[in-house]
Design a protein around this ligand. Structure first.
Ligand SMILES: NC(=O)C[C@H](N)C(=O)O
Length: 485
């Protein structure tokens, strides 16, 4: 077995036993990147020398003292998390040369535990998209099938883990951006409860929805990464002061007596029959293992896309106002007035989808329209939250598809933003309600594309998600790294 194929847990014990070194492990990932990334296209910035230096340092420290949990483990970071002295582009020309002077809290935590940062991975521009095709610096593709999308917006994070270019990665999820690419690339992806993980140093898209989370090769690794990144942070006023459990303590195969809710609305028309087959067979496995399956209704599901595509663009239009050519990133200098400098910078710096969202958001927030759009959408958001609260009175977790279809061909929906927005229909509600969700591999389509199963739960009950995901993983059996022949 190649070292790059190890899970985080396996690598941790081999490193602790002295069977491998971090330098060898890191070199194995770098060699793998050299071999396959020309095709996979996951990395925007690769810090080869820096990674090897961190790995050697980890090897020396291990000999001398007690080391952090992730000591010597190579990880990749979505390119919207600030990394000190390392370019952070958000997949946008606007930040093509932006080098942050500080680390995001989650990056600081990974480094603090000895993790080796390999570099920054591809994403949709400012996290707006579901295919990563709007990235200004290279589009990742699905490691399972040439020419197919890796999903988005954390497409580079999912593709890098899936292709064996790193052992784990961090992504962010505003409307499905961790769970959807995880599902399409056959890896685990968790969106924690809003407030569980610090957003300090995460470049904001829609601040009331964004959350950082891990993408990994198995559920155990997901629990390990959750332990590493969770917790209150004084620098993020929306992070919650609540105890962080040891997430690995939930890794039990036993789901007896657990009440699994199956939301009727998530299996409606438009769901690909092969996705339905995979998810229903996952539910059957859980039933056979002793879980109690109950029928659930989330009646306001049909309004979630409309509410999200008002709230997220409204917040984005406000957050992205800071890219004015003065404070951050790019400036177009040919203009001779301040107004035309703003206009030229923003016209050239942002891509089509980002502009579209800024326009929608600015329109929705303009005077006289607030009540009709943003306020209405916020009220719908409350109804969606209440649906979940009512559901969790009769079940402990919800099991459903992650996306209506498996991965599609690159370019297929490029001219149809509405079709792409609709592909978020099964993931968006969790962000609107702030609840946690995870995607775990459930099977494959007839043409070999991975299909994930989504588990959602109560606020701060990531534990039950991990428990069900772990049981499913044991019953379904994970397929590791695709051959990329
Ligand atoms: N950022 C996300 O979670 C992705 C979502 N598809 C969006 O475009 O907003």
């Amino acid at each position: 077995m190649n070292l790059y194929e190890l899970t985080v847990a396996e690598a941790m014990s081999s490193l602790a036993a002295g069977d491998i070194t971090s330098e060898a492990l890191t070199r194995s990932c770098l060699d793998r990147i050299d071999k396959v990334d020309g095709e996979v296209g996951a990395f925007i910035t690769l810090d080869r020398e820096g990674a090897l230096e961190q790995a050697r340092k980890a090897d020396i420290e291990r000999k001398r003292e007690r080391v952090g949990t992730l000591c010597g483990i190579p990880v990749a970071i979505k390119d919207l998390l600030c990394t000190k002295d390392m370019r952070t582009t958000c997949g946008s020309q606007m930040l093509a040369d932006f080098i942050p002077p500080y680390d995001a809290t989650v990056v600081e935590k990974i480094k603090g535990q000895g993790g080796v940062i390999l570099g920054k991975v591809s994403m949709d521009e400012f996290a707006m998209g579901s295919t990563s095709e709007s990235c200004a610096f290279g589009v990742p593709q699905n490691p399972w099938k040439k020419g197919y999308v890796a999903g988005g917006s954390s497409g580079g994070s999912a593709a890098a883990v899936s292709a064996g270019e790193c052992l784990a990665s961090l992504g962010s999820d505003t409307g499905g951006s961790i769970r959807q690419p995880a599902s399409l690339c056959g890896v685990i992806g968790m969106k924690p409860t809003y407030g569980r993980v610090s957003r300090y140093g995460l470049v904001a898209f829609a601040s009331s929805l964004d959350q950082v989370g891990p993408l990994c090769r198995d559920v155990t690794d997901c629990a390990i990464l959750m332990n590493a990144i969770s917790g209150h942070d004084q620098r993020d006023s929306t992070s919650v002061r609540i105890d962080v459990p040891d997430f690995t303590s939930f890794l039990k195969e036993d789901v007896r007596g657990l009440r699994i809710g199956v939301p009727r609305e998530y299996f409606s028309a438009g769901l690909h029959p092969q996705v339905e087959r995979v998810v229903r067979s996952g539910i059957d496995l859980l039933r056979q293992a002793g879980a109690v399956v109950v029928d659930i209704t989330l009646p306001h599901t049909e309004y979630c896309v409309a509410a999200y595509y008002l709230i997220a663009p409204a917040e984005a239009s406000s957050n992205l106002a800071r890219y004015d050519g003065v404070n951050f990133g790019r400036r177009d200098m040919k203009a001779d007035t301040l107004m035309s400098m703003y206009k030229d910078t923003r016209s050239a710096g942002f891509g089509t989808e980002v502009k579209r969202r800024i326009l929608i958001g600015t329109y929705a927030l303009s005077s006289g329209y607030y009540d009709a759009y943003y306020k209405k959408a916020s009220q719908v958001r409350t109804m969606i939250l209440r649906d979940f609260q009512a559901a969790y009175e009769s079940c402990d977790v919800l099991v459903s598809p992650v996306t209506p279809t498996p991965a599609w061909k690159q370019g297929e929906n490029s001219d149809n933003p509405l079709a792409v927005y609709l592909s978020d229909i099964l993931t968006i509600s969790a962000n609107l309600a702030g609840i946690p969700g995870i995607s775990v591999p459930g099977g494959f389509s007839s043409d070999g594309l991975p299909i994930g199963i989504q588990i959602q739960g109560r606020h701060f009950d990531e534990g039950s998600l991990l428990r069900v995901a772990y049981a499913l993983e044991k019953m379904v059996g994970v397929t590791r790294v695709p051959s990329l022949a």
